[in-house]
Design a binder for this molecule. Structure first.
Ligand code: TZP
Length: 212
């Protein structure tokens, strides 16, 4: 699990402005992302059949690169298309329900903002936790106050070596500090959806201490 969390790209069509989500994902896959989550949510997001078709197109791209394809929140869609897993937030469908409905092999990720939420997710049977927001972000309008590297370190201390990915405001400048603070991996949206050179952006996110 930890290796898959290393470079976890998240995206929905609403994050892509006038660019093609499939094209962005393909470039990100070629550049070396290790996991992908479709987060089709918020203003301008596709719904219904359109969302399903988008999900299937993106899933096919991930399959071609043998990279896990995770669906945010929409458990029905994840099951219907045979995704590799789901990611749920604190306000999404209760974990017990999700576990009951999903196939055995599903990867289940849960968002957590503090130690309490993190511990609960682990107890409930999550396979990884997504912790944040680490820094300020404009991507999620209802994002909570950033927990910073201090908050991240504290959660790491409390969860032992449980698989943990950090999210929110992560870019080339802070990626290495986030890993140093205890994250097994980083997840990110805008640093790739807004990049002019996706390959370069992924390389910089991978690199150690590029800007220090
Ligand atoms: N959850 C917490 S912050 C966030 C999500 C989905 C948005 C992250 O986007 P970005 O552009 O990488 O800051």
């Amino acid at each position: 699990m930890k290796e898959e969390l290393e470079l976890y790209f998240i995206m929905g069509s609403q994050n892509c402005q006038d660019k093609d989500p499939e094209e962005i994902l393909e470039q990100a896959l070629e550049a070396g992302i290790t996991m992908f989550q479709l987060r089709e949510k918020g203003e301008g997001a596709a719904t219904g059949q359109e969302k399903r078709q988008l999900a299937e197109r993106l899933q096919a791209r991930c399959r071609a690169h043998s990279i896990p394809f995770i669906v945010n929140d929409d458990v029905d869609l994840a099951i219907a298309i045979g995704a590799d897993g789901v990611h749920i937030g604190q306000t999404d469908e209760a974990m017990q329900q999700v576990k009951k409905r999903c196939p055995e092999h599903f990867i289940i990720g849960v968002s957590a903002q503090d130690t309490e939420e993190a511990k609960k997710a682990i107890q409930d049977g999550a396979h990884y936790i997504g912790v944040g927001p680490i820094a300020a972000t404009r991507t999620k309008i209802d994002a909570k106050f950033p927990i910073g590297l201090t908050g991240l370190r504290e959660i790491r201390k409390q969860v032992g070596d449980f698989p943990m990915v950090a999210i929110g405001g992560i870019n080339q400048k802070n990626a290495e500090a986030v890993r140093q603070a205890g994250a097994d991996g980083i997840s990110f949206i805008s640093v790739l959806t807004k990049a002019t050179d996706i390959q370069k952006a992924v390389n910089e996110l991978k690199m150690e201490k590029v800007h220090t």
